[in-house]
Write a protein that binds this ligand. Structure first.
Ligand SMILES: Cc1cc2nc3c(=O)[nH]c(=O)nc-3n(C[C@H](O)[C@H](O)[C@H](O)COP(=O)(O)OP(=O)(O)OC[C@H]3O[C@@H](n4cnc5c(N)ncnc54)[C@H](O)[C@@H]3O)c2cc1C
Length: 375
């Protein structure tokens, strides 16, 4: 593996500078984590009239998976629609999938410059997976969602025409800048060291807030240890290439039941991620720097399966969290404390939904989104 710094392709060094919080503070709501989930939560809280909002991040805006992911905005959850129907019932699954589709359009409305509607492909790597693609399509069509059979240079599978891709860091920076312009106080380099109802302890003081909303995906169980049996942190890895005119991927692709995924940017660069199952035990880790085994798999598959020969320019990793049942964790711990995460590798859309749901519950007492995602 060539020695490249652990840096996502999205990072253009144009960070949004945030001050750190060096003492105590008070607000109506304190949001921990300034990824896509936390920033969606803050936006909803401001829309619902929150008088004062503090958001903190151990590093800065989109420092975690929210700024280091594949950029796919996919319909549904980590469970394919037909699997979701089986696990939560048809009515609820349809409502959830519909909501994720609406959330994709909402993200595009919020930051049109960061989103492209490309549709997405799910390609089968085996006859069994092709059968599963057909089952997904049948259920989606029966439930009124657009989904087509697909056969093309990428292989055979299904095309979901309403899906999109985004520039994840650009999206988060835009949301953060807007939140600050609306009066939210956002702090970087401010790590939460303890979470309790009404209080977030940091390395330098205590933030008192009526509502405390924890929006952290990877490493959530380190911050909220009582969730250790419910969410488990894993590393996901990617690489990116220079422009690759030898290939043309108009749609982002997921392959091998989502273990591998890629997209090609308008400038021709290919971003390819996955391979977690190639070192499954080692990838259950809170360390996010890329590993030799997975990067070798990605490099080999890029060259063979994808047919990309362009030089590799970036390699990176980040932490996400998984749940046993593949459903996100969304928990009201009482007295104004809400916690969410565990998106099982697909949190761009669902995270934004749950961030909004937490703000709705805090400021209106109820949330249709929350009802759907609460066990
Ligand atoms: C390589 C990779 C590819 C992926 N591809 C996709 C994809 O294509 N589509 C998709 O939907 N999902 C994808 N995901 C998953 C998705 O990125 C995440 O589920 C989602 O970004 C989670 O966002 P979040 O805001 O909830 O959490 P995070 O991104 O984890 O953000 C949490 C923030 O909290 C901060 N934080 C952590 N601990 C503390 C603390 N103690 N105090 C203060 N701040 C703290 C972190 O610095 C971070 O900025 C991918 C993930 C990875 C790693």
């Amino acid at each position: 593996m060539t020695a490249l710094p652990d840096r996502p392709r999205w990072d253009d060094h144009d960070d949004l500078p945030l001050p750190s919080l060096d003492g105590d503070a008070t607000a109506e709501v304190c949001v921990v984590g300034l990824g896509g989930t936390g920033l969606s939560c803050i936006r909803e809280a401001l829309d619902l009239g929150a008088a004062s909002v503090i958001g903190i991040d151990a590093v800065g805006v989109a420092a975690g998976a929210a700024g280091r992911n594949g950029g796919l905005l996919l319909s549904g959850t980590a469970e394919y629609h037909h699997d979701l129907v089986r696990s939560v019932g048809r009515e609820r699954a349809v409502a959830i999938t519909r909501m994720t589709n609406e959330q994709i359009r909402r993200i595009a409305d919020e930051v049109p410059e960061a989103v492209r509607f490309t549709g997405s492909l799910r390609i089968a790597a085996s006859p069994e997976e092709l059968e599963d693609c057909a089952a997904q399509r049948a259920q989606m069509v029966a439930d009124g969602f657009a989904c087509e059979s697909y056969a093309g240079p990428e292989g055979r599978g299904i095309l979901i025409p309403g899906d999109a891709v985004m520039h994840p860091i650009r999206r988060c920076r835009t949301l953060a800048a807007r939140a600050m312009a609306r009066g939210a106080r956002l702090f970087g380099r401010t790590r939460a060291t303890g979470i309790a109802p009404g209080a977030v302890r940091t390395e330098h003081g205590t933030i008192r807030a009526r509502h405390v909303i924890v929006c952290v995906d990877g490493r959530l169980e380190l911050l909220v240890p009582e969730l250790a049996g419910e969410v488990r942190t894993a590393r996901l890895q990617m690489l990116a290439t220079a422009p690759a005119p030898e290939v043309s991927f108009p749609h982002p692709v997921s392959l091998r039941f989502g273990y591998d995924y890629w997209q090609q940017l308008p400038d021709g660069c290919v971003l390819f991620g996955g391979g977690r199952d190639k070192a499954i035990d080692a990838e259950w880790t809170a360390i996010s720097t890329p590993s030799e085994v997975v990067q070798e798999y990605l490099t080999h598959t890029l060259r063979t399966t994808l047919g990309v020969h362009a030089p590799i320019t970036h390699r990176w990793g980040a932490a996400v969290a998984y749940t046993e049942n593949h459903r996100p964790l969304f928990r009201d711990l009482g007295d104004g404390l809400q916690v969410m995460g565990g998106y099982c590798g697909t949190g761009n859309v669902v995270g934004a939904l749950l961030g909004r749901a937490a703000a709705q519950r805090a400021f209106t007492g109820r949330s249709v989104i929350a009802d759907l995602f609460t066990e």
